[in-house]
Design a protein around this ligand. Structure first.
Ligand code: REY
Length: 395
């Protein structure tokens, strides 16, 4: 089956690195079918057909790497093939790292979830009713300044590619727009929320967020390919080039690899690789980063759309898949990179899927099909048209 698919889809390099390992006791507890390798290969082919130069999927189980698949290239100039070990920009998966640090500070009684943000950062916000929890659940009403910033995609990006913003400047940009909801009233995804989370982390610890990511998450989990280097623009080691799609059809892709990501910072500026993201989501859901009561808070979800299959907790998404399995993690969109990093409730199976393009919804929708293929197994229909409602969006 796999080999016939290979011949049909010549551009796909499919590597079952360790095959499908026998179920361990813990995996059996998840009661998941084997990932559908054909469907995963088709996801990668569809993602490339939709315009991504490359794409990859890495699935990890309790007993180590289970599946690695790549398609296309990580560098369109040299033709270097996509590589599941290489680093890339993870965009808003950063929000889960920020939420973990913040919740550790809650555990240490340095911050409380239901206290007004202005209690910690006096005068920052124009409404004393906005709490720390409202930030983490995207219910503060702080406008997402990035919509205006990137309204015109490539000029918007080039205007900030090398810019270094202070947190205060980003908050001012948000506050120059009307607020989107009364505090707590509705979910409105906004990068401004996690910019303020970064400010809270720095205020409570007296350290840059980079120091806190490092000592609380990166070092304990030995995430050797994960970093927060803002405002440095480079990705160290072996990395994947990101290619931003212009709004106007027919224009060449823009290599957007090097940027400060200062417009996002604690909302989206981290760099990682697929193995590290799988280790991170697994450890988080296994309770290795947060004590149970705080993980429970993170997992307390409300729906983000009318389908009631997509939810948001505290810096964490939940998607309910068609087979009844729920997966937890985050999506990321930063210029040139789409990322999905999700795991099961017991951390028994984790996936990182990425494509090195952005501003190209069809590629993102195709890539989102990797979740059904990875967790729902063969019984599902082929991923020819992944349901649009599972694609990462800003809803
Ligand atoms: C910003 C625009 C996306 C991306 C964003 N990402 O807020 C955060 C996240 C960190 O949720 C850009 N889109 C693109 C445009 C649209 O420029 N005109 O697709 O690269 O991950």
């Amino acid at each position: 089956m796999i080999s016939s698919l290979r011949s049909r889809l010549a551009t796909i390099a499919l590597t079952m690195v360790a095959g499908i390992a026998p179920a361990t006791a813990a995996q059996a507890a998840t009661n998941l079918p084997a990932p559908d390798a054909d469907a995963l290969a088709k996801v990668l082919a569809d993602t490339r057909a939709a315009g991504a130069p490359g794409a990859m999927i890495r699935i990890s189980g309790h007993d180590g790497v289970r599946t690695e698949m790549v398609a296309g290239v990580r560098d369109t100039v040299t033709g270097a093939p996509m590589d599941t070990n290489a680093r890339f920009r993870i965009g808003s998966v950063t929000k889960t790292f920020s939420a973990v640090v913040l919740l550790q500070l809650v555990n240490e009684k340095k911050i409380e979830l239901d206290v007004p943000v202005n209690g910690y950062l006096p005068g920052l916000l124009p409404d004393d009713r906005i709490t720390v929890r409202h930030l983490l659940t995207h219910r503060s009403g702080l406008a997402d300044y990035t919509n205006a910033m990137f309204n015109d995609t490539v000029p918007g990006f080039e205007a900030v590619r090398n810019k270094v913003f202070s947190y205060d400047e980003l908050v001012k940009l948000s506050l120059s727009e009307p607020r989107t909801t009364q505090p707590g009233a509705s979910y409105q995804y906004s990068n401004a929320n996690f910019v303020v989370v970064g400010m809270l982390i720095e205020r409570a610890t007296g350290h840059p967020v980079a120091t806190e990511y490092q000592r609380r998450i990166i070092e304990p989990l030995q995430l050797d390919h994960t970093s927060y280097v803002h405002p440095d623009t480079r990705i160290e080691g072996s990395y994947i080039h990101g290619y931003l799609t212009p709004d106007q059809a027919g224009l060449p892709l823009v290599d957007s690899t090097e940027q400060t990501v200062s417009w996002a910072q604690s909302a989206g500026a981290m760099i990682s690789n697929a193995a590290d993201l799988n280790t991170f989501t697994t450890a988080l859901l296994n309770g290795k980063l947060l004590p149970a009561p705080l993980l429970d808070q993170m997992l307390t979800m409300t729906p983000t759309d009318a389908t009631r299959t997509r939810f948001y907790g505290l810096g964490l998404r939940r998607y309910d898949l068609s087979c009844g399995t729920s997966v937890y993690g985050h999506t990321g969109t930063v210029q040139g990179f789409y990322t999905y990093a999700f795991t099961t409730r017991d951390g028994g199976r984790s996936i990182t899927a990425m494509a090195n393009t952005s501003n190209r919804g069809a590629a993102n929708t195709a890539l989102s099909g990797s979740l059904e293929a990875a967790f729902c197994g063969k019984k599902n229909a082929p991923m020819a048209s992944a349901p649009a409602d599972l694609a990462e969006s800003r809803s």
